[in-house]
Design a protein around this ligand. Structure first.
Ligand SMILES: [Zn+2]
Ligand SMILES: [Zn+2]
Length: 82
C-alpha cells in the first residue's frame, strides 16, 4: 500500500466529487485520471443509487469493495438535465 500524500494530491475544489458522491476533500492524480476523495472510506456502506450514472445501486467488486463508477467524473456536468 502506498498512502503517501505527495505532490500527486491536492485539495479538492468546490464541485469536485469523491467517487462516493460526496464533496472531494482531496484530489489525486491516478492512472485513471483525477480522482476525488472525501476522506471517508465508507462509500461501500451506502448502497443507495449511484450519483454518477442511472444505476440504482453503487458499484462493488467481487469482494464487496466499493468501486468507482464507470461514469465517475471529478466534476459532473451539472444543469444539463438527463
Ligand atoms: Zn467518498
Ligand atoms: Zn454508477
Amino acid at each position: 500500500m502506498n498512502d503517501s500524500m505527495d505532490d500527486r494530491a491536492r485539495l479538492g475544489l468546490p464541485g469536485e466529487l469523491c467517487t462516493c458522491g460526496r464533496q472531494a476533500v482531496w484530489v489525486f492524480t491516478t492512472r485513471f485520471g483525477l480522482v476525488g476523495s472525501c476522506g471517508i472510506n465508507d462509500g461501500g456502506n451506502d448502497v443507495g443509487p449511484c450519483p454518477f450514472c442511472s444505476s440504482p445501486r453503487k458499484h462493488f467488486n467481487a469482494l464487496g469493495t466499493p468501486e468507482r463508477c464507470p461514469q465517475y467524473r471529478l466534476r459532473p456536468v451539472t444543469g444539463g438535465g438527463r
